[in-house]
Design a protein around this ligand. Sequence first.
Ligand code: NDP
Length: 340
Amino acid sequence: LNCVVIPNFKLNNGLEIPALGYGTWVGLDKKAEFIAEDVPQLIDAMSYAIDVGYRHLDTAHLYRVEPEVGYVVKQKIKEGVVKREDIFITTKVWNHNHRPEDVERSVKASLRRLGLDYLDLVLMHWPISVSQDGVDEKIDYLDTWRGFESVLKQGLVKSIGVSNFNVEQLTRLLANCNVVPAVNQVEINLNLGQKELVDFCQKNGILVVAYTPFGKMVPSRLEEDCPAVRHDDPVMLALGKKYGKTVQQIALRYLYQRGIASIPKTLTKSRVVENASIFDFQLDENDVATLQKFDNNYRTVRPIFFQNMSNYPFDKVDVALPEIPLSLRKWKNGANLDID
Ligand code: NDP
């Protein structure tokens, strides 16, 4: 097998996290329905990822695939490919579980679905709290964080962190917490550089993990008339040619050189290897400056249906707001167990 060697970053609690992980969100289709038919391919690609050297899996309660992630990990342990302690597994607590006691329930249910006795990292998926009926529960994320500190203390998880927090929210959390989050997982890619947020996190010892690390720069997400860098942008193609890499590898390498971990998602085995083959070259200073210029604050993930919820972390847009899709409120997970 084609082996990839992925270096680690250190977290503020002394533990290590691989600088590149495998993202497991297969997503929603145009009707906002979960793409369940992709799950078998996910199992295959994830399994292959561990075979070739991935040691970091990013999942969430929302993603419906905790049972599948657990199945693949158990399989790889049985085959002798890895030991549990070689793998870094992240999951997330969804927006309807923001009461401290619900955080604990959610983490225990994730462990049960995954078939694990501990998690490496659990994140608060968003700073907003929304009931399964779509009602703003207005629970303060400081209260939710107490639930995270409690599951850490109980040893259910080795590290705790947040996701989709902005600088203001992190500042308030840091001033009012016992445990500093180990990670803030946010969208970062060539168009959304998030310089201020990344600087803030790095100054405060919070590791930044980039989700949607390609933004729109993959053929499957190409949109005409969109202010995002295209996969066939001549500047990107020239950089790819110069380093003998694909434009997607250039994008991931740029994140790594900024000290940011990333969790690209792919169901395609050749891309599993491609996306992790970025640790054998170095972008020079001029090229880093060129890549920086693509930053135009364009967000690929903008859930405007959450916009009026308390603690929505992004700037608001002035359009008629759609309803929150049912698939982001209620679901059965991949093993068809109730979600608790
Ligand atoms: P990505 O930026 O990882 O893009 C995924 C898309 O890019 C897929 O269509 C995939 O196609 C394609 N692709 C992957 N690699 C390549 C390549 N080398 N060349 C060409 N195309 C490629 O976006 P995601 O939004 O999936 O984000 C990644 C992960 O981040 C998620 O899976 C999830 O774990 C996490 N996430 C977290 C969020 C949060 O709120 N905390 C929000 C969103 C994501 P194909 O699969 O067909 O190969």
